[in-house]
Design a protein around this ligand. Structure first.
Ligand code: KIV
Length: 288
């Protein structure tokens, strides 16, 4: 298929992509800036998530609680400038949808104005009023259940969720509530694969897994984890497809060596002045 024939991905199309109906798995990946948005789009992903992992991956914080709506819109706009075919999902940062539904809609709208085609937010029944208000404002919403990093303090750390029967049943119920509210898809993070499978069976909208096993309708990874560029510890569900961090150190190391040895820049890498200019600027020929 040529680039011209590739259609832009839309929220209703994603919503229709259930594997049990014959759809192929959805591919989602994070990106936080224009160049990487271009690269991942050229590689053919369906969804680009401008995740709040931005805080850890690009900005060097220890958790995702450190970015606000202003920072998120800044990066959504950068990604949108790549004009990707993939649908851009703007992640709603911590405290941008927790206070009241009005605030949630206003902040979701800021991400849409910055160039997102949908927003994602974490949580189940507790966040239903926010989800319903945003959907009522005709902004597509992606849910996010399981290990929801914005709840790190409430969870007591980053732990696999839904291991106990009661917690698993609550998570299935939350997924049903989000699907009934009209979410376009639901991210399932850090849950046992059997639970992800049950959720995927229970709802009519796609599930997108991260550390949730192979039964989901799609998968998402953090780009810098996959490329070998992140400093955080690697959970077992991250598959490394490259070691770009090492490649960067190697390339910049060779640049350092070349500058220090005088090998860079070479004559070919310099702009040459005319004979007249060289004469006028030659030692002694410069009259001030
Ligand atoms: O912020 C993020 O990158 C995410 C993914 C890990 C799903 O929410």
């Amino acid at each position: 298929m040529s680039d011209a024939e590739r259609q832009n991905v839309t929220a209703p199309w994603i919503r229709s992509q259930k594997r049990r109906n014959g759809a192929p798995p959805i591919v989602m990946i994070t990106a936080y800036d224009e160049p990487f948005a271009r690269y991942v789009d050229a590689a053919g992903v369906d969804l680009i998530l401008v995740g709040d992992t931005l805080a850890e991956i690009v900005l060097g914080y220890d958790d995702t609680l450190q970015v606000d709506i202003k920072v998120m819109t800044h990066h959504v706009a950068a990604v949108a400038r790549a004009r990707p075919r993939a649908l851009v999902i703007g992640d709603m940062p911590w405290m941008s949808y927790h206070l009241d539904p009005y605030d949630a809609v206003r902040n979701a709208a800021a991400l849409i104005r910055a160039g997102a085609g949908a927003v994602k937010l974490e949580g189940g029944s507790l966040r239903l009023p926010a989800v319903e208000a945003i959907i009522a404002a005709e902004i597509p919403v992606m849910g996010h259940l399981g290990l929801t990093p914005q709840s790190v303090h409430a969870m007591g750390g980053y732990r696999v969720q839904g291991r106990q029967v009661d917690a698993a049943k609550t998570l299935i119920h939350d997924a049903e509530l989000l699907a009934e509210a009209g979410c376009m898809a639901i991210v399932l993070e850090g849950v046992p694969e059997v639970l992800a499978e049950r959720v995927t069976e229970a709802i009519d909208v796609p599930t997108i897994g991260i550390g949730a096993g192979p039964a989901c309708d799609g998968q998402v990874l953090v780009l810098h984890d996959l490329l070998g560029m992140s400093k955080r510890s690697r959970p077992k569900f991250v598959r490394r497809y490259a070691e770009l961090g090492d490649a960067v150190v190697d390339a910049v190391g060779r640049y350092c060596a070349d500058v220090r040895s005088g090998a860079f820049p070479s004559d070919d890498e310099a702009y040459h002045g005319s004979a007249e200019l060289r004469g006028a600027l030659s030692q002694g020929g410069h009259s001030g």
